[in-house]
Write a protein that binds this ligand. Sequence first.
Ligand code: UD1
Ligand code: MG
Length: 450
Amino acid sequence: MGKQQSSRAAVILAAGKSTRMKSHTSKVLHKVGGRAMMDWVTDLARSAGASPIVCVVGEANQDVRAHAERLGLTIAVQEPQLGTAHAVLAAKAALKDFQGNLAVLYADTPLIETRTLEDVFSALESGGDVCVLGFEPEEPAAYGRLIMDGEDLTAIIEAKEASPEELAVGFCNSGVMAASAADMFSALDQVGNNNIKGEYYLTDIIEILRGDGKKGVAVKAAAEDVLGVNSRADLAEAETAFQNRMRRRMMAQGVTLRDPASTYFSYDTVIEADADIGANVVFGPGVNIASDAVIHPFCHIEGSKIGKAAQIGPFARLRPGTEMGAGSKAGNFVETKKTKIGKNSKINHLSYIGDAVVGKDVNIGAGTITCNYDGYFKHVTTIEDGVFVGTNSSLVAPVTLGAGAFLGSGGVITDNVPADALALGRAKQVNKEGWAARYHAAQKKRKAKK
Ligand code: UD1
Ligand code: MG
């Protein structure tokens, strides 16, 4: 019976209308942990070694189709949408002569773990003919019920079709199902729509395959891993489940979270052990943080690489393309973008540093602004090793500050500064003795007359 080392393919169902999201964007393109649900599911299928991966879309979801094409998926169109069995059948032509094991995934169920899908495929490779991923939700409500006879899955009964005894079953269908392509399509050909919704139910294939002498089995997942998203409230629930998963993982890996509940991660956040993350920190996509780095409270960080023992915030905003060198600092109310900061360099207060390359041991004074945009193009500011930038400097790019240069405060620096030079880019101060006293006297006199 064993079907060792079968090749694997996946069908991702994404043809549904998603009306409950009340969005001009298709449901499966909404994001969880900074990544579209569609991408989560695609990544899941790929990580379990599925190829090809066919995405079933409806005529109405052109945005899903375009997105799936960008992801490199094979597209199948289901029009009209007559149910989940009908949807999988729509993928048949695209699977061509695929002979191995086929998993059906829903594009609106983003948080399934690779090892869980591995378990589903493994169940087929170790004797099951059709395997369903089940879970025990707090509220079984509208989910299909998994009817077990010992280890055997004998049927899935949709809630609408279920008897009171069947409704009392707490083990439910997550939607993930796998069988050999041959079994799957032979059973799908026999599915009818003589039911309350008048739809072709994928879930009917369990009883059909059992009738052909095949063995049904179930694998169990944690409820928060198989959350299906149908509404904005579900989306928020999935986001919370994802964040909680990341918080647990980060701490298990040795990252200190001062206030886990107010720390927000993206799907790809990477943080080394012994980094220390304060309260109210948001990590957008593409963040990588080295050990011993400290992120003080209230920071927003995306697309940034933070070196060993760097110190960020409080209240810093690091935008995409930021690289903070080891031991460097970006303090309160500092914004960076597309900027590389060298080892031990400091931007401690109130600055915008964008499109810049900053060497090591540089000190950037409070209120320094890189004037990187001329209204049409962005220009680069280069600050070489050991430069001291005085407070309130405007660095009008393109401009280079040579190694060891010293900028007086308040300069508008439009020309390159040679290495080791002093640059003063401000008007020379003029003092007029006694002027203020004369001014006040004159004005007071004028006011008294009125
Ligand atoms: C389905 C299952 C139910 C399970 C639940 C888990 C069936 C009959 N029922 O019910 O047992 O507990 O999911 O969430 O399968 N879709 C299409 N084309 C269609 C219909 C649906 O592509 O014609 C897609 C949807 O976009 C969605 C998925 O299939 O991604 C599930 O469809 P949905 O209508 O949400 O099924 P449920 O009634 O929730
Ligand atoms: Mg559903």
